[in-house]
Design a binder for this molecule. Structure first.
Ligand SMILES: [Fe+2]
Length: 209
């Protein structure tokens, strides 16, 4: 059986555009090392799962090798996917969006300002992530809360924007002032990247109708 290996994506050069808003180059360089760690661990767990004895008699919900590997696999793979999304949608002009995402935000939140307020409050309330996602069941957009790499994602939805609220994303630049970090984030969203992801998600949504 072939074990598919995850290949780390390079850090997009455009993320460094966030320096103008106060999110430093150093933060991104250190953050990228964490991302590489998630890639390495996800690959390591894939190898270990492929080699694992899957005898159900050895499985146990309190502690067993398969439990540990499968639980931590979701943490590692979530860490890969969450950060690829986060890095992809950073480094733009921020502010109010244009294009399809502007229409969708106006439809589902009322206005960009209302969406940004919801994102900021959700981000302050989160322990790890906020994801703006399209729900393929009803076509709605929602700012979902996440506490860890693998906490509270929902099925049949596609995240199109991610806000990392772990302290490693902002402490070096803003210390404990997470609200200021989120204000900076709002100034450097790459709406073209978000629009590209929304267009892909809408194709999936429309194909399923
Ligand atoms: Fe992170």
């Amino acid at each position: 059986m072939e074990v598919v290996k995850i290949v780390a994506k390079p850090l997009p050069e455009k993320v460094y555009n966030t320096e103008s808003a106060g999110i430093s180059r150093k933060t991104h360089d250190e953050h990228y090392k964490l991302y590489q760690g998630y890639v390495n661990k996800a690959n390591e767990i894939r190898e270990k799962l492929a080699a694992l004895d899957k005898d159900p008699a050895k499985a146990n919900q309190t502690y067993s090798d398969i439990r540990v590997l499968k639980v931590e696999y979701t943490f590692a793979l979530g860490g890969v996917k969450n950060h690829e999304l986060y890095f992809d949608i950073l480094g733009g002009k921020g502010g109010a969006p244009t294009g399809p995402v502007a229409e969708a935000i106006n439809k589902h939140f009322g206005s960009y300002e209302a969406w940004a307020q919801d994102l900021k409050a959700t981000g302050i309330a989160a322990r790890g992530w906020v994801w703006l996602a399209l729900d393929h069941d009803d076509g709605s957009l929602f700012n979902y809360i996440g506490d860890a790499q693998n906490t509270f994602p929902i099925w049949n939805a596609t995240p199109i924007l991610a806000l990392d609220t772990y302290e490693h994303a902002y402490y070096y630049d803003f210390q404990t002032a997470r609200a200021k970090y989120i204000d900076a984030f709002l100034q450097v969203i790459d709406w073209d990247a978000v629009n590209a992801r929304l267009e892909q998600a809408l194709k999936m949504y429309n194909a399923g109708r």
